[in-house]
Write a protein that binds this ligand. Structure first.
Ligand code: XUL
Ligand code: CO
Length: 436
């Protein structure tokens, strides 16, 4: 096959002084940070749906993307060619992982059987390319939101036939993920929610969603898939309200339905901000529950209220993400999947490289800064000291459950007003800026 990116060589680390736009200034795959290689900390992934399939259309205009290797048809040959192009892209970029939805890689057929055959035909190429290059599948998923049958939801559709179709589709997607050695499988419930409560039995829909996830867990056991399941929170879009609206809502749902041991969270930056949270908040909520699994790395635009899925370039953001991740012990099965697309104005193939290089460099800097902040120790030390009154005396008794209201009343009557220390927000913000 002719190369899809004939003018682009493998992207090299050239250091911060390089003026070569097609080089890494900070991401140096084998460089050790805190005793671990950068590539093992960061575990970057390419999102097939954006990088290979996004035409860059928006609600006001058609796609602009120039992808000379793609003939624009839904043929299997075209789908297989795209798969090879994706691996050329990953090889030249030096990214080890990719993620896909079933319908990104292969076209939906007229029947489920036809769709499954199509998926197998492209999986043959994906498998061969993985073997050729050593690249790996970070996670697979099923697209349960694009086809008209899913317009009222998939696992939460009011129609049992749709539920069954979604189950059959996930069964196949899971089997293909397993065949490709996928390290995880994601559930993002784009239409698992409602457009209006006037026509919705919320309790019944939530019970159905839980049933669906239990069936997935059962099927994974049956086929021997031991990868990690993830649920990806997002508050809305395309639904008015998505049941997996944020990390806390997901955790509550998983606990209520006995699913905590089976699923972790895949946290996405733009979804966090749409939910009215910072990314760091969502990561800390997940980490506190031992459920921080993977990250969809992107960013929104402060001035646009949609899921714009932009590439992350803000060092302050990547620093916060890497601090939260390092403190949670880093990735095991998860990674940083660039669930991000180039802007509609950036339509040339080379823009895919600029976008990913920028995101990778931004995370490399975030990693180095986060590691430096941790090694410096002043931030941790401050936070630890802030809670020092709970380390001994009455505070320790509160934490151990040794006192109740009566003892605490006696404490106040004896000692009077507590002495409160400053929160020192500005001091800490300045401290972080020493490193950024
Ligand atoms: C949509 C989104 C999805 C999931 C996978 O906002 O993030 O692409 O990551 O279905
Ligand atoms: Co995502």
């Amino acid at each position: 096959m002719n190369e899809a990116f004939p003018d682009i060589q493998k992207i090299q680390y050239e250091g911060p002084k390089s003026k070569n736009a097609l080089s890494f200034k900070h991401y140096n795959a084998d460089e050790l940070v805190g005793g671990k290689k950068m590539k093992d900390h960061l575990r970057f992934g390419v999102a097939y749906w954006h990088t290979m399939r996004n035409t860059l259309s928006d609600p006001f205009g058609v796609g602009t993307a120039q992808r000379p290797w793609d003939d624009g048809t839904d043929s299997i040959a075209n789908a297989q060619k795209r798969a090879r192009v994706c691996f050329e892209f990953m090889e030249k970029l030096g990214v080890d992982f990719y993620c896909f939805h079933d319908r990104d890689v292969a076209p939906e057929g007229k029947t489920l059987a036809e769709s499954n055959t199509n998926l197998d035909a492209v999986a043959d190429v994906l498998e061969a390319e993985q073997q050729r290059t050593g690249k790996k599948l970070l996670w697979g998923t099923a697209c349960l939101f694009a086809h008209p049958r899913y317009c009222q939801g998939a696992a939460t559709s009011p129609n049992a036939g749709v539920f069954a179709y979604a189950a059959a589709q996930v069964k196949k997607a899971l089997e293909v993920t397993h065949r490709l050695g996928g390290e995880g499988y994601v559930f993002w419930g784009g239409r698992e929610g409602y457009a209006t409560l006037w026509n919705t039995n919320m309790k019944r829909e939530l019970d159905h969603l839980a049933r669906f996830l239990h069936m997935a867990v059962d099927h994974a056991k049956k086929i021997g898939f031991t990868g990690q399941f993830y649920i990806e929170p997002k508050p809305r879009e395309p639904s008015t309200h998505q049941y997996d609206s944020d990390a806390a809502a997901c955790l509550n749902f998983l606990r209520e339905h006995g699913l905590m041991e089976h699923l972790k969270l895949n946290i996405e930056t733009n979804h966090a901000t749409l939910a009215g949270h910072t990314m760091r908040h969502e990561l800390e909520v997940a980490a506190a529950a031992g459920a921080l699994g993977s990250i969809d790395a992107n960013t929104g635009d402060e001035l646009i209220g949609w899921d714009t899925d932009q590439f992350p370039t803000n060092i302050y953001l990547t620093t916060q993400i890497m601090l939260a991740l390092l403190k949670a012990g880093g990735f095991t099965t998860g990674g940083l999947n660039f669930d991000a697309k180039v802007r509609r104005e950036s339509f040339e193939p080379v823009d895919l490289f600029h976008a990913h290089i920028g995101g990778m460099d931004a995370f490399a800097r975030g990693l180095k800064i986060a590691q430096a902040v941790i090694e410096d120790g002043r931030l941790d030390d401050f936070v630890k000291k802030r809670y020092a009154t709970f380390d001994s005396g009455i505070g320790a008794k509160i934490e151990k459950g040794e006192v109740g209201f009566a003892e605490l009343e006696a404490h106040v009557l004896q000692f009077g007003e507590p002495f409160l220390a400053s929160g020192r927000q500005e001091f800490l913000e300045n401290l972080i800026n020493e490193f950024v």
